[in-house]
Design a protein around this ligand. Sequence first.
Ligand SMILES: O=C(CO)[C@H](O)[C@H](O)COP(=O)(O)O
Ligand SMILES: [Fe+2]
Length: 230
Amino acid sequence: MPFDRTIKIAPSILSADFANFGQEIRAIEAQGADWVHVDVMDGHFVPNLTFGPAMCKAIRPHIKTVMDVHLMIAPVDPYINAFAEAGADVITAHVEAGPHIHRTLQAIRATGKKSGLALNPGTPAAAAADLLDMVDVICVMTVNPGFGGQKFIHSQLDKIRSFRKMIGDRPIHIEIDGGITSETAPLVTAAGADVLVAGSGVFSGGSVDKPEVYGQNIAAIRAAATAAQA
Ligand SMILES: O=C(CO)[C@H](O)[C@H](O)COP(=O)(O)O
Ligand SMILES: [Fe+2]
């Protein structure tokens, strides 16, 4: 996974057809997805339940790009090896998920995978300041985690700008998760983001029988994002 800051679109399969993940993943990749974002929820850290490592392992052979696993679970540490073995390329944990996030990031790095650190909307950028040497991806949540299709929280733009300054020229992606559309994409890339997760923004209106809609949605988000990139 070589580092560069060209805009990457990471469709979240939370908005895909759950009975058809293999075909859905092949469709979004054929239509231009750069990463595939997988939202793991435990019904405890967030008020929703989705997938575990077995599901990640089952979909892995369908992913040719990057498997970006967003863990919304607490505790995290007992499950890191399972998600690494399931084939994740990026494993992201939440700073709010426990008292020992530095240990969690060490454990992710020890698997040889890229480490991600996610922050809820109520958590300031400063919470990550002493962790940047342990992090490959900062994930700024622009919705409260737990559900797709929520409205973008504009107050997070200042946090993205703070991270852009804090990171400087370190090889750390700034990923934005929640409420990304072709309207909100330019706001976040102007503020400094380079990886854009989009669930409803990519999947709405399309299907495996109408994959060109995924392509149009991805292209519209990418064009708006790229034109505004800081
Ligand atoms: O982590 C998430 C929710 O907790 C999802 O990745 C995110 O909400 C994507 O969905 P949408 O683009 O529809 O907001
Ligand atoms: Fe996510």
